[in-house]
Design a protein around this ligand. Structure first.
Ligand SMILES: Cc1ncc(C[n+]2csc(CCOP(=O)(O)OP(=O)(O)O)c2C)c(N)n1
Length: 322
């Protein structure tokens, strides 16, 4: 096993674990009443965000749904800015005004954090259009759930992106349920990637548990987009281990199904790779300790940071005081 590959996997493990622990602690803080509004966790899907963040180039743009913490962290948002946002604090990535669903971090290429299912596909298409119009070299990645693939915005954005060969990659994270509804109850198709043909795009479909597999497929699509061959539509099979949001008891699936799916936990897979490659346990433990420290620091920061001044509303949300 090459040293470079093992180093890559160690970084992957660190990032995936950071997301997992961030999500677990945000669930705890939510239960403690420190976080208001909605909270949609990314637990189980970490390999996809980490693969994307390690495949794109600086300047590329990434759009995500409300299930956005993992993607933002993988792209480089600090856990402090991410946790403080959940706590509604002024040091949050959206100065505490966006909350869980509306992360933003332009410096790291993260363009939200969007709550309207399917709505952000049009925004991503617009961003990709801008890159093409200005002759810039950027690629736009747009993530969404399978529940978004029957929404009007999906069709409009995909149609235009295909027609104008926009430098975009549309990525469906098919985590099997849209809230509590399985795909079989909302779509005549079980293979969503065939939809790509209707928009003149390349379609691809694969399992998203192994970060290397995701990277490999994503890279092809990103290369196509960057070289002017147009957009792609990827359907990635994944699974969320928690409910849709914190208010979902998950009664639409059995405990056996969940246990079965957990056997493909992306974090277990990457740990298996590290151990098969003979990586020292002490090295793995050092990563785990480092992640714990970073999460603890983020929680402390979010607890201690100030709430925004009321005046911030007049600089950002409303035009003037009335
Ligand atoms: C236009 C619109 N309709 C309904 C909702 C309510 N809603 C929020 S999430 C969701 C399910 C979406 O599922 P999916 O697209 O598969 O993404 P996942 O949550 O599984 O990541 C729905 C119906 C919404 N936010 N926007």
């Amino acid at each position: 096993m090459s040293e470079v590959k093992v180093e890559r996997w160690l970084d992957d493990y660190r990032e995936m674990l950071l997301i997992r622990r961030f999500e677990e602690e945000s669930a705890r803080a939510y239960a403690q009443g420190k976080i208001g509004g909605f909270l949609h966790l990314y637990i189980g899907q970490e390999s996809i965000a980490v693969a994307a963040a390690t495949t794109i180039e600086k300047g590329d743009l990434v759009f995500q749904t409300y299930r956005d913490h993992g993607t933002a962290l993988a792209l480089g948002m600090t856990p402090e800015a991410a946790m403080a946002e959940l706590f509604g604090k002024d040091t949050g990535c959206s100065r505490g005004l966006g909350g869980s669903m509306h992360y933003f971090d332009v410096e790291n290429g993260f363009y939200g954090g969007w709550g309207i299912v399917g709505g952000h596909l049009a925004l991503a298409a617009g961003a990709a259009f801008r890159s093409k119009y200005l002759g810039e070299d950027q690629v736009t990645l747009c993530f969404f759930g399978e529940g978004a693939t029957n929404i009007g915005g999906f069709h409009e954005a995909m149609s235009l992106a295909g027609l104008w060969k926009l430098p975009a990659v549309f990525i469906c994270e098919n985590n099997q349920y849209a809230m509590g509804t399985p795909l079989s109850r909302t779509s005549p198709l079980s293979d969503l990637s065939v939809k790509a043909a209707g928009y003149g795009m390349v379609g691809d479909r694969f399992e998203g548990y192994d970060v290397d597999v995701v990277r490999e497929h994503l890279k092809k699509a990103i290369d196509r987009a960057r070289s002017g061959e147009g957009p792609s539509f990827l359907e990635i099979e994944t699974y969320r281990f928690r409910g849709h949001s914190m208010s979902d008891p998950g009664k639409y699936r059995t405990a056996e199904e969940l246990e079965e799916r957990k056997k493909k936990d992306p974090i277990l897979l990457i740990l298996g790779k590290l151990r098969d490659a003979g990586v020292d346990e002490a090295k793995i433990e050092a990563i785990e300790d480092e992640v714990e420290e970073r999460i603890e620091a983020a929680l402390k920061h979010a607890d201690e940071a100030p709430f925004p001044e009321e005046s911030l509303l007049y600089e950002t949300v409303t035009v003037e005081k009335f």
